[in-house]
Structures are given as structure tokens and as C-alpha cells.
Write a protein that binds this ligand. Structure first.
Ligand SMILES: Nc1ncnc2c1ncn2[C@@H]1O[C@H](COP(=O)(O)OP(=O)(O)O)[C@@H](O)[C@H]1O
Ligand SMILES: [Mg+2]
Length: 239
């Protein structure tokens, strides 16, 4: 299997403070990979590094075989590498449909193909269609998360990076959102790198996982193995 993402010895810092201290990891085509770890471990910084929002001090990042470090975030987004940041950024003053239109205008989709894509998004998230004419600030947290993911899917990602999609959601909605991601990946061959604090939920929906502590990867493996790993259970699964 080829790797859609390959990160090697990546070091990222904010000024003098290193947040990511030599991370090596990969995502194969079609895989759902989760990155778990405590608050402040460096998970979000890793994702920001991948999309060029934080420039590497050293190390390399390859997306679909190409080095990304000279690419801008918007170029990467147009070429299939998309991040849904923490805190589901949607345009609060626009309706659901308008939010999707804005995403569409930044994508390569037009005419019938665009219509079909929007239809597909409403099929995945029926709740969004019910609320298509609602202003986005009136949406619940879960609905805003769905809208943020819908916007990202319009960009037709090859690799979707999701930063804590279940944050602030009820356990039921969190499960639903994470399962939707996993099912979408299976049905469409989308590769996903999922950052989650809810390790149990993330591992249940992933093929493989990495555990991050203070900027380093301290454990990795198939999701089922990590779920059985004593250290991981103690530190992240509350058992
Ligand atoms: N914009 C920033 N400026 C300075 N330090 C930051 C910034 N963002 C994050 N950090 C620091 O980098 C480290 C990793 O943060 P982050 O990647 O957000 O962790 P996580 O997503 O795992 O909670 C933390 O020590 C955090 O305080
Ligand atoms: Mg974070």
C-alpha cells in the first residue's frame, strides 16, 4: 500500500519552545489513523505542520509523494490536503447552504458535479439539509461540526485532517460523528488523520493509532493492539 502522508523526524516549534520533537508517522491510502494524547502533547501542532501553518524546524513531510514544505496551505487544500481545525470554524453569519457555497467556490467543482457533491453531503448529514436555510450561529455544536466536515468534503480531499471533531459534543453525537468519518473513509477510500482526546472512541473507528506525549510518539500500532496496550489503557482509556 502506498502512503498518502509520510512524516519523518519532524520538529516544530513556536519561537524557542519545541512543541513537536522528532515525530515520524504515516498514513496509508484509505486508512483512518488516529493521533491520541493529553492536552498540550503537540497533536494540533502536528496537524498544523502538515498543512503548512507551522513551518518545520527540521524533518520532512510528504503528501502523495511530494515534499509539502514549500507549499502554501491554500495550495495544499486545493490539491486534496484539508484540515478541519479545532473549534469547527464556520461562517456564523451565513446559512448552512451559503457556507457550503463558499467552500464550493474555492473548490474545483462546478455545475452538475457540484450539485451532486452537495447532494452527497446532505445525504451523509441529513440534519444539514433540514437546516440549510438557518444561520450557522444558530446551529448546535454537533451541527456546526457536521457543517465544518461538509465544507471540507466539498474540497474533495485525498487526506482529511480532523482536529478533535467530537469536542463539546454529547457522547451520542460524538460517536455518531466519528462513525460517520470512518464509514465515509471506507465507502470513498478517503484517508483520514484523526486527532482525538476521546481515545476509546477514536481507536474504535480507526485502523491504526499513534500515542503522543510531550511532542514525541511513545506508542503506535493497529488500533486493536493499542486498545489492549497496558500503558495506553492506564493513561488514556481509564482502565
Ligand atoms: N500558538 C502557539 N504559541 C505558542 N505555543 C503554543 C501555541 N500553540 C500551542 N502551543 C504550545 O505547544 C504545545 C503543543 O500544543 P498543541 O499542539 O496545541 O497540543 P494538543 O493539540 O496536543 O493539545 C503546548 O505546550 C502548547 O502550549
Ligand atoms: Mg489540540
Amino acid at each position: 500500500m502506498t502512503n498518502i502522508l509520510e512524516i519523518t523526524d519532524l520538529v516544530l516549534s513556536y519561537g524557542a519552545a519545541a512543541a513537536v520533537r522528532g515525530v515520524t508517522m504515516h498514513v496509508a491510502e484509505g486508512e483512518v489513523v488516529t493521533l491520541i494524547g493529553a492536552n498540550g502533547a503537540g497533536k494540533s501542532t502536528t496537524l498544523k505542520g502538515v498543512v503548512g501553518l507551522v513551518k518545520p524546524v527540521s524533518g520532512s513531510i510528504r503528501f502523495a509523494g511530494d515534499v509539502t514544505t514549500t507549499r502554501r496551505t491554500d495550495w495544499l487544500a486545493r490539491h486534496g490536503l484539508n484540515l478541519v481545525p479545532e473549534g469547527r470554524r464556520v461562517f456564523a453569519a451565513l446559512t448552512v447552504a451559503e457556507n457550503l457555497d463558499v467552500a464550493a467556490s474555492a473548490s474545483n467543482l462546478h455545475g452538475a458535479a457540484l450539485k451532486a457533491k452537495i447532494r452527497e453531503i446532505y445525504e451523509i448529514f441529513p440534519r444539514l439539509e433540514e437546516r440549510r436555510d438557518s444561520l450557522s450561529w444558530t446551529l448546535s455544536g454537533g451541527e456546526q461540526q457536521m457543517l465544518a466536515m461538509g465544507r471540507a468534503l466539498i474540497a474533495q480531499p485525498r487526506l482529511l485532517l480532523l482536529d478533535e471533531p467530537s469536542l463539546g459534543l454529547s457522547p451520542k453525537l460524538a460517536t455518531e460523528v466519528v462513525q460517520l468519518i470512518s464509514r465515509y473513509s471506507r465507502d470513498h477510500g478517503l484517508s483520514v488523520l484523526l486527532v482525538e482526546q476521546n481515545a476509546r472512541l477514536a481507536l474504535s473507528a480507526s485502523d491504526r493509532g499513534y500515542v503522543m506525549e510531550t511532542g514525541r510518539i511513545v506508542a503506535e500500532g493497529p488500533a486493536a493492539e493499542l486498545q489492549d496496550n497496558k500503558e495506553v489503557r492506564r493513561a488514556y482509556l481509564g482502565s
